[in-house]
Design a protein around this ligand. Structure first.
Ligand code: KG4
Ligand code: ZN
Length: 341
């Protein structure tokens, strides 16, 4: 087969991103224009502003991505786009752009689920070995899966309430840190001691996660201490929070390693940029003789390169979309797996 060049578009949240990816693993060019500074003024992503900014920026991002690869749209094999899940208005900008390019340049259109994109970031400069356990930790999701092959997967567990990224962001917010809170908590925790005793999430027999109890406990603790005019040791609290939150992930992954005997493990999603989580997962994998892989930090948070990687198996299987492709805000991995069966 000739080289497959995929022009990929990702606009599901607050990053306008495009990439050109060769054969599902080689990133020829990547542009990520983040709106983070704008949304930081509001303490979180404002959907209406996000979609307006995507509309403003997407053509420039396309131009820049093509220029960096020294290519024209006519050179690529297909156009891929994130169609779900995410903010509807934001997704629609990317979907419409992809459809227009595919129509004008007579290219096949490939619809990619955002979570599958995070998983396939593990193919960049590497290759996923099947079967593998996969833990997806992002602002929208916390899922533990078995990937049996490129086309077959099984969901072991998900969060039953908040996602881990959401909790990082909420805890950061109550501690007075700017959005997005994950990287701020990570920095702050490096300066602290594990001095706060925090409740551990549910100790049950499932592979599901729960973070809302921990989140509420911290929010109440901070409010109560403030009311009493007591000092809050921010760095210590950030550290104690991170230890308990990551431990919840480690515990469920350890159970999966023990019960399934699977010898590969991949980590994905924005929170996988966290060095403490990366090192705890690495340690756990070593303990069970499991081969562990996590994307370069650059490819952990939202980017279009991962969408180009996830589109490659779909390209090989000729799974192309028609021009009535629409954006979907709420297609989680469970719905996706059922749809693909
Ligand atoms: O995957 P992503 O970019 O967007 C979604 O698909 O949701 O994930 C964003 C999430 C945010 O909650 C952000 O705070 C978190 O990833 N995050 C981190 C770190 N970098 C990003 N959380 C903890 N430590 C980090 N270094
Ligand atoms: Zn994401």
């Amino acid at each position: 087969m000739n080289d497959v060049l995929i022009l990929a578009i990702e606009t599901s949240c607050d990053e306008t991103s495009m990439a050109i990816v060769k054969n599902g693993h080689e990133v020829l060019s990547l542009t990520v224009l983040t709106q983070m500074d704008t949304h930081a003024n509001f303490g979180g992503v404002v959907p209406e502003i996000a979609s307006r900014m995507h509309t403003e920026n997407i053509t420039m991002v396309l131009d820049e991505t093509l220029r960096k690869a020294n290519m024209k749209v006519s050179d690529v094999s297909a156009i891929a786009v994130t169609y779900a899940p995410g903010l509807l208005g934001s997704l629609l900008v990317g979907v419409e752009c992809a459809k227009t390019l595919a129509l004008v340049y007579h290219k096949p259109l490939i619809a990619v689920n955002h979570t599958m994109g995070h998983i396939y970031a593990n193919n960049i400069e590497s290759e996923i070995t099947f079967p593998t356990l996969a833990l997806i930790v992002s602002g929208g999701h916390t899922d533990l899966l078995i990937l049996k092959s490129e086309t077959e997967m099984e969901l072991l567990g998900s969060t039953i309430d908040d996602s881990i990224g959401e909790v990082y962001d909420k805890v950061a917010r109550v501690l007075g840190m700017p959005y997005p809170g994950g990287p701020q908590i990570e920095k702050s925790s490096l300066l602290g001691e594990d001095a706060y005793e925090l409740p551990h999430p549910m100790q049950d027999d499932t592979y599901n996660f729960s973070f809302s109890g921990l989140k509420s406990y911290i929010i109440n603790l901070v409010h109560n201490e403030r009311q009493r005019k007591n000092e809050i040791r921010i760095n210590d609290l950030a550290k104690s929070f991170q230890i308990v939150a990551v431990d919840e992930l480690v515990r469920k992954v350890e159970k999966a390693m023990k019960n399934t005997g699977i010898k590969n493990m991949i980590l994905a999603g924005g929170v996988s940029a966290n060095k403490y989580l990366r090192s705890e997962m690495e340690k756990l994998s070593q303990k069970y003789g499991v081969h562990f892989h996590v994307p370069n930090i650059l490819y952990c948070t939202d980017n279009a390169a991962m969408i180009g990687c996830a589109a490659y198996p779909l390209y090989k299987a000729q799974k192309f979309s028609s021009f009535d492709l629409n954006a979907k805000s709420s297609e989680n991995i469970k719905t996706y797996i059922e749809k693909e069966k």
